[in-house]
Design a protein around this ligand. Structure first.
Ligand code: MD6
Ligand code: FE
Length: 212
């Protein structure tokens, strides 16, 4: 049996709540299998920024909406850009985490899946393409450890860093919902969860307003 952690976070970092080891190893393995199934139907893409620079992470999505970026800009789409098919459903193993920590009866309608190989990183950004910032963003880390940096809602606000490890859950809500954040680097090979190494980050979001 896999199990998930307590409802009280381990600590707070610039307003983000962090649950260390929220998922035990069995829950991490189950989720990794579910992500494999998602990627079979909705293959990972190499996203291109609107200014024409390829991103270093690979991305796919589950749920009604997938987050995509290309020369036309950042947006949510209801179909995979290459297959033209709707995104796979968000698996119950992942929905369970939202239900445990998000403090809302409204389900997420997007699970963005990011894969980091050895040199991948994610620059400081805000998540602000969603309709209602009253809903949090919930993030799940799997595989290699990563240095996560978070500041305030202005790009120049001071930042703090923390190592996110496999099974950790992070929630950005309330005042921290629009905080700038990013991934400086991963410690490649620092976990044995993924056979080829690297890190998977899932972010659960509510893109459409409640009830839509
Ligand atoms: C990552 N996370 O952990 C990138 N966004 O790889 C995010 O961009 C993120 O962790 C919104 C809320 C929580 C996050
Ligand atoms: Fe983000």
């Amino acid at each position: 049996m896999s199990s998930i952690g307590a409802s009280r976070p381990s600590f707070d970092l610039n307003g983000a709540k962090i649950w260390k080891s929220f998922l035990d190893r069995a829950a991490q393995r189950e989720m990794t299998e579910d992500i494999r199934s998602i990627a079979k139907r909705a293959p990972f893409l190499q996203p291109m920024t609107p200014w024409g620079k390829p991103m270093t992470v690979r991305m796919t999505s589950a749920g009604r909406f997938g987050w995509v970026t290309d020369r036309r800009g950042y947006r949510y789409e209801e179909a995979h850009p290459k297959t033209g098919q709707p995104w796979p459903e968000i698996p119950p193993s992942i929905l369970t985490v939202w239900k445990a920590v998000a403090e809302t009866p409204t389900p997420p309608d997007c699970c963005l899946v990011n894969y980091y190989s050895e040199k991948a990183r994610m620059g400081l950004h805000q998540d602000k393409d969603e309709a209602d910032f009253g809903f949090p963003v919930v993030s799940i880390s799997l595989g290699d450890p990563a240095t996560f940096r978070i500041g305030g809602s202005n790009r120049k606000d001071p930042t703090q860093s923390v190592t996110l490890e496999s099974g950790d859950v992070l929630l950005m809500g309330g005042e921290a919902r629009l905080a700038f954040h990013g991934i400086d680097r991963i410690k490649f090979g620092g976990s044995t969860l993924l056979p080829d190494g690297g890190r998977i980050n899932l972010t659960l979001r509510r893109v459409a307003p409640a009830g839509v």
